[in-house]
Design a protein around this ligand. Structure first.
Ligand code: S3P
Length: 420
């Protein structure tokens, strides 16, 4: 493959799109979302909120939500199906924990394996009644909420889903709810709640919210998803004779670990045209084919690039020297065990890569052997990472189960084609 060239507007940010719909659904009045990600996960959030009685319609490019506030939500007649979406189930559990009715949450086979105790535990501490498989650790979850009490939750994991779930429940509790994390996770909830008129106090490692505050409907402009852009950045850095620009991508500092890593590895990367979409910073990311070197990635940067590690693993196979990714155990509880799915498949393709207890070790550069069949295993980010391997291998690579890519980046292949 030779030469990716041109500019692309990557689709809307998944994390921000979920929150815009959920917050609009519990806000008083009208919320208008532009740049909403029409990916399967965010559509699962829309379907769940509709099932809870919220009025949501598409008006051209806009998603419009009309709500009478959180008390307007109604007990659902059917189970709430979150599909493949961890963000939907974990944030929605926080909302449902404060509502005095029963709901049942289910998802697909991947969701059924993912740990829910990290949210059901603290929500039970706040007084919500929650049950589920293995004592509320796994789906299906049953929630009957209401009468919540405040909590100061010291989370063992840096997780925006856990933090957001507790903060949303905290809105329905009396007094101040506080969440402390080992490292700061993405802060879209904190920023967007403020756009909806809620006061949130942010300290270095903690966020505090006072219960009883009402959200007011607003306009949300969703930035491009840096986690989707990451695949094109890696492609741009690795494919010979490339120079690409990605327009209006979110560059919130809690998400830009991938940019720090690319720069440290030696990539020719610049950011231009910086501005704000509401409280979220955006910019154009420009990258060219680059000579890369191996680095060590661990500690506070991990939550800032957790979703980009599969793409970084592909990048590291082509970098000179050793790349070590550590402190990344969370990869084991994503849509797949992303340490195993990446290491096993990259090894098959000829990479010098080993799994470790908390990440992986990659020695490069090694040419990747094409002519092979790989699998997304139903994980969108594994599917896109494997497609990247196809761009740099000596022969084409066939990726099975690519439909999963529509979870977060439905136009991935057409965007790649536009750059060739
Ligand atoms: C997300 C948070 C991250 C991330 C996920 C989306 C969010 O998960 O991996 O894709 O929107 O809050 P954790 O919060 O569990 O780390």
């Amino acid at each position: 493959m030779n030469g990716l060239k041109g500019s692309i507007k990557v689709p809307g940010d998944k994390s921000i799109s979920h929150r815009a719909v959920m917050f609009g659904a519990i806000a008083n009045g009208t919320t208008e979302i532009t740049g909403f990600l029409q990916g399967e996960d965010c559509l699962s959030t829309v379907a769940c909120m509709k099932e809870l009685g919220v009025f949501i319609r598409e008006e051209g490019e806009k998603m419009v939500i009309e709500s009478n506030g959180i008390d307007g939500l109604k007990e659902p007649r059917r189970v709430l199906d979150v599909g493949n979406s961890g963000t939907t189930i974990r944030l929605l559990s926080g909302i449902l924990a404060s509502l005095p009715f029963s709901s049942v949450l289910v998802g697909d086979d991947s969701i059924a394996k993912r740990p829910m105790a990290r949210v059901t535990g603290p929500l039970k501490m706040m007084n919500a009644f929650i049950d589920g498989r293995e004592n509320g650790q796994f789906t299906p979850l049953f929630i009957r909420g209401g009468n919540l009490k405040r909590v100061h939750y010291i989370s063992p994991v840096a997780s925006a889903q856990v933090k957001s779930s507790i903060l949303l429940a905290g809105l329905g509790a009396k007094g101040k709810t506080k969440v402390t994390e080992p490292y700061r996770s993405r802060d879209h909830t904190e920023r967007m709640l403020q756009s909806f008129g809620v006061k949130v106090t942010v300290d270095e490692d903690s966020v505090t919210i006072e219960g009883g505050q009402q959200l007011q409907g607003t306009k949300v402009q969703v930035p491009g998803d840096i986690s989707s852009a990451a695949f094109l950045l890696v492609a741009g850095a690795l494919v010979n004779n490339s120079a690409i620009s990605l327009i209006d991508v979110g560059i919130n500092p809690t998400r830009t670990g991938i940019l720090d890593v690319l720069k440290e590895m030696g990539a020719e990367l610049t950011i231009t045209n910086e501005k704000n979409f509401g409280k979220e910073p955006v910019g154009t990311l420009n990258i060219k084919t680059s000579e890369l070197r191996g680095i060590t990635i661990g500690g506070e940067i991990i939550p800032r690039l957790i979703d980009e590690i599969p793409a970084i693993a592909v990048l590291a196979t082509q970098a000179k020297g050793t790349t070590i990714i550590k402190d990344a155990e969370e990869l084991k509880v994503k849509e797949t065990n992303r340490i195993d799915t990446m290491v096993n498949q990259l090894k098959e393709l000829g990479a010098n890569i080993e799994a470790t207890d908390d990440g992986m070790k990659i020695i490069g550069p090694t040419p990747l052997r094409g002519g092979q069949l790989v699998d997304s295993f139903g994980d969108h980010r594994i599917g896109m990472s494997m497609a990247l391997c196809g761009l740099i291998a000596d022969k084409p690579i066939t990726v099975k189960n690519t439909e999963s890519i529509s979870i977060s980046y439905p136009s991935f292949f057409s965007d790649l084609n536009d750059l060739t």
